[in-house]
Design a protein around this ligand. Structure first.
Ligand SMILES: Cc1cc2nc3c(=O)[nH]c(=O)nc-3n(C[C@H](O)[C@H](O)[C@H](O)COP(=O)(O)OP(=O)(O)OC[C@H]3O[C@@H](n4cnc5c(N)ncnc54)[C@H](O)[C@@H]3O)c2cc1C
Length: 397
């Protein structure tokens, strides 16, 4: 097959190298320039690591990533620890792969280097601005050029142009929540943030997450808050630190931290209609372009990697020359229920993390404290995510 991919993000690069390994010809179009530095920290959980292991990428990731030993849940308002959820070696053993946190640029570089080693061409500064298709091929249109492919994959992220073209009626809904993201050099802030832990600070209608990346040289911070004010979904929008001070100065662990912020980005959180079909004829969607997921379970990148793997497996085992798009139905059917459940679980976490009612909050924090005494139980709760997926924890290579 000759396959065109729109987007050199996590899903586009993963699917490119997996398709190439199956012997297909692949070309990628990316709107950004090669040198652009975007994003902050990103998480990969064991369900994605087991897939990347099959492509000899686990070691590269482990060499640049942080390996959190646990998640400490903390009451943001009084700074007291509620409970600890074990990760590290315990989770690695249970799920047959670890959890990693790294700079998004490092993940993109690792995938990009592998893609280039495989001889795949990435066309940078090549924004796709239209797509058309007929029964035998799909066409990618750039400003002055058109390219024909057997199939086109839309891996162009949350604001996907490909999705808009094939499902024009899918309108995003603002969830009345925004996320702030920043990186702070670790030598500038209190030691609590430097531990090999993810810190989860829970508050009234808001929460914050921190973890070290880049060999602990930086701490990655994400702050989410409920708001009535509409805000765009754009990873690159900068805002003044005063917005963080206004909303999070009552989180006592952050005393003295906000003045160290040199660049703060703000991002509106949206929900999209969840379609049963992830393709139209010869144009296919994957990752955020298909099913953006709220960040409350940190599954965005991992699900894009799972999509890529299942798409390639469906092409490998289910392609039928007489019915050339049949394998796409199989791809969708294999992914639909799992992604739906993960989307719902992320939404549920959003509600729990932002509880305002004092009684409900007390019950939630108290139950977190109790399950903290049974670490295996708390890991078991999300075992279907971390042990599951297309390469389960039982898989032996
Ligand atoms: C700039 C940026 C910064 C991010 N930072 C973080 C972060 O710090 N932490 C985090 O957890 N997640 C971050 N994400 C999101 C995260 O990468 C995704 O949620 C997840 O990895 C799923 O990957 P994806 O491949 O579906 O989409 P993405 O990784 O978002 O990749 C989509 C790619 O498509 C490209 N693209 C979009 N439209 C076009 C077009 N018309 N033509 C050609 N190319 C196009 C984009 O430039 C991008 O490279 C970021 C995404 C982007 C785009």
């Amino acid at each position: 097959m000759n396959i065109g991919i729109v987007g050199a993000g996590v899903g586009g690069l993963s699917s490119a190298l997996m398709l190439k390994k199956l012997g297909h010809k692949v070309t990628i179009f990316e709107k950004q320039s090669k040198l652009i530095s975007s994003g902050v920290g990103i998480q990969l959980s064991s369900n994605a690591i087991r897939i990347l292991r099959l492509f000899d990428l686990e070691e590269n990731i482990a060499s640049v990533a942080n390996f959190p030993l646990m998640v400490d849940c903390i009451n943001g308002h009084n700074g007291k620890k509620i409970t600890s959820i074990p990760l590290g070696k315990i989770a690695e053993k249970k799920f047959n792969a670890g959890f990693y946190q790294l700079h998004r640029n490092d993940l993109i570089s690792i995938l990009k280097n592998k893609v280039e080693d495989f001889g795949i061409k990435i066309n940078y500064e090549s924004p796709v601005n239209n797509l058309t298709q007929n029964s035998s091929n799909a066409k990618i249109q750039l400003l002055n050029q058109n390219y024909n492919y057997d199939f086109v994959i839309g891996a162009d992220g949350v604001n996907s142009l490909v999705r808009k073209k094939i499902f024009p009626n899918h309108k995003p809904r603002f969830l009345k929540q925004v996320a702030f993201r920043t990186l702070i050099p670790s030598k500038k802030i209190p030691d609590i943030f430097l531990q090999d832990k993810t810190l989860l600070f829970l508050g009234n209608g808001k929460h914050a997450v921190s973890y070290p990346i880049k060999d602990k040289a930086f701490i990655n911070f994400v702050f989410c808050i409920n708001t009535e004010n509409f805000y765009e979904q754009d990873w690159t929008r900068k805002v003044p630190t005063s917005e963080l001070i206004k909303n999070f100065s009552d989180f006592i662990a952050f005393e003295g931290v906000f003045e160290k912020v040199s660049s703060l980005k703000k991002w509106g959180l949206f929900e999209y209609p969840f379609n049963k079909s992830w393709y139209k004829n010869r144009i296919i969607l994957l990752g955020d372009a298909c099913h953006p997921i709220l960040p409350y379970l940190a599954q965005g990148a991992s699900q894009a990697i799972e999509d890529s793997y299942v798409l390639c497996q469906s092409l490998k085992y289910n392609f039928d020359e007489l019915h050339p798009t049949k394998f796409l139905k199989i791809y969708t059917n294999k992914r639909y229920l799992r992604v739906k459940k993960i989307k719902q679980a992320s939404k549920n976490n959003a509600i729990l993390y932002h509880l305002k009612n004092p009684l409900l909050k007390f019950v939630f924090h108290f139950s977190l404290k109790i399950v903290g005494y049974f670490p295996n139980f708390i890991l078991q709760r999300f075992s279907w995510i971390y042990s599951g997926g297309p390469v389960t924890s039982k898989f032996k290579s």
